[in-house]
Design a binder for this molecule. Structure first.
Ligand code: NAD
Ligand code: UGA
Length: 434
């Protein structure tokens, strides 16, 4: 089947690459010419483990191509995926649908025969109907259906998540569209990965409900962590003890510096807006958003305490600034709140991140970028673990402590233990919730 993929960001590129790996002919389109040039050379413009080899394999087979010419991509395609961004709209926190609607107009202009227009982007309830309306108004003659097919992959584990999904959600209204969607995902269906067919509104809602629930789970444990610190309990053991209950589950119960990323912050905010607009306020989600902001501020206070109440003139080493490990994505990373607060207080901040510098350089002005954690901590008054990259999990704490001006650590991802840090020569060790 020929498939057109509009948007080659984290989701569009991974989806396009994986669908071509299923044997489909995929043409990926982006309006960003530089990105398409890079992709044509076989280079991946983002950091996503494993993506380059699957992409190369499918480019070599001729099934995967890249273009800026939307008409060429859409011509003859039986499915056209819209995988463009839906960032938070400035001012009101609603999802900005301008990219989706512009893509729908592009599709309307270029449709040649029957195709299913599949929205992969995360979009508020009602958007798929609006996409259909835009196309119908522009091209009353066009033969098409729309489908909602939200994506649940995580950055850093995107290939694995796409190839081995917990479920595939497909919102459709016609048998014809359902058959096309069934063909697209046939390789996964044959391997028993469940496909949930619903109506359009339900599919759109599932995506927001899932992300808001996960953000709530993280926020719940972050709030419990704050209480653990006060009462002398250990949040890691609390999470383990809770998570072993099959009804709760142990995933997404890691306390930390607050959730970040390109999706939880914007999707919780959009869900809150959708609720308000429909007169059904999503009070839990609204509270989660507030608490997550407070969690980030609490982290600043934690490091401030570690620095005896003043950042002024202190050197602080930060390990990790991306919103999570195994990605170069800096969107809404907790570091973007925490690091500027330190710099604002007069700290000299030295940062090490295996992939964060390319995006982070512009977002974190005033920091010194280092490549070696030991270099970064030399003469520092505190070291802060902000992102739990694997390369930070087994550092020689003794070597670090010996080279620091004040051997103090704020381990905001709970990757070390107080006992081992103190035994290695740290004078102070602060974690989250323990
Ligand atoms: P992104 O910003 O990384 O990429 C979007 C791409 O679309 C950009 O390359 C942009 O140039 C391109 N684009 C925009 N308008 C276009 C147009 N009219 N024609 C051609 N190209 C166009 O976005 P992303 O992170 O991949 O997210 C895309 C959507 O998927 C969002 O709705 C997001 O919420 C959702 N989503 C993202 C993730 C994730 O892990 N990033 C996971 C699940 C769902
Ligand atoms: C998240 C969801 O997990 C995906 O299912 C979804 O498709 C995606 O959003 C999306 O809609 O874009 P992602 O943002 O890539 O994926 O990363 P996560 O692994 O979910 O982490 C999000 C944030 O929560 C990170 O800042 C992470 O550090 C934090 N987190 C996660 C915790 O603080 N504790 C946890 O236990 C888990």
């Amino acid at each position: 089947m020929k498939i057109a993929m509009i948007g080659t960001g984290y989701v569009g590129l991974v989806t396009g690459v994986c669908l071509s790996d299923f044997g489909h002919e995929v043409v990926c389109v982006d309006k960003n010419c530089a990105k398409i040039e890079t992709l044509r050379k076989g280079e991946v413009p983002i950091y996503e483990p494993g993506l380059d080899s699957v992409m190369q394999r499918n480019m070599d087979s001729g099934r995967l191509t890249f273009t800026t010419d939307i008409a060429a991509a859409v011509a003859g395609a039986q499915a056209v995926f819209i995988a463009v961004g839906t960032p938070s709209r400035r001012g009101d926190g609603h999802a900005d649908l301008s990219y989706v609607m512009a893509a729908a107009e592009d599709v309307a202009r270029t449709l040649t025969g029957y195709a299913v227009i599949v929205t992969k982007s995360t979009v508020p309830v009602g958007t798929n109907r609006k996409v259909a309306e835009v196309i119908r108004n522009a091209r009353p003659d066009a033969e098409f259906d729309v489908a909602s097919n939200p994506e649940f992959l995580r950055e850093g584990a995107a290939i694995e998540d796409f190839m081995r999904p917990d479920r595939i959600v497909v919102g459709v209204e016609t048998d014809r569209a359902r058959a096309v969607m069934g063909d697209i995902y046939r390789p996964l269906f044959l391997r028993d990965f469940p496909i949930v067919y619903t109506g359009l509104e339900t599919a759109e809602m599932i995506k927001y409900a899932a992300n808001a629930f996960l953000a709530t789970k993280i926020t719940f444990i972050n709030e419990i962590a704050a209480l653990c610190e006060r009462v002398g309990a250990d949040v890691k053991s609390v999470a383990k003890g809770m998570g072993l209950d099959g009804r709760i589950g142990n995933k997404f119960l890691h306390a930390g510096p607050g959730y970040g990323g390109s999706c939880f912050p914007k999707d919780t905010s959009a869900l809150a807006r959708i609720g308000q607009e429909h007169g059904v306020p999503q009070r839990i989600t609204e509270t989660v958003i507030e608490i997550n902001e407070a969690v980030k501020r609490r982290m600043v206070d934690k490091v401030l305490d570690l620095c005896d109440g003043s950042f002024n003139g202190k050197k602080i080493a930060i390990l990790g600034v991306t919103f999570k490990p195994n990605t170069d994505d800096m969107r809404s990373a907790p570091s973007l709140t925490i690091v500027p607060a330190m710099i604002g207080g007069g700290a000299r901040v030295h940062v090490v991140d295996p992939q964060g510098q390319r995006e982070g350089a512009a977002l974190l002005p005033g920091v010194a970028w280092e490549t070696d954690p030991y270099q970064a901590v030399a003469d520092a008054h505190a070291v802060v673990v902000l992102t739990e990259w694997n390369e930070f999990r087994a550092l020689d704490l003794g070597r670090m402590a010996r080279s620091m001006a004040e051997p103090r650590m704020a381990d905001l991802r709970n990757i070390y233990d107080r006992g081992e840090a103190m035994a290695a020569g740290f004078q102070q060790y602060e974690a989250v919730g323990r």
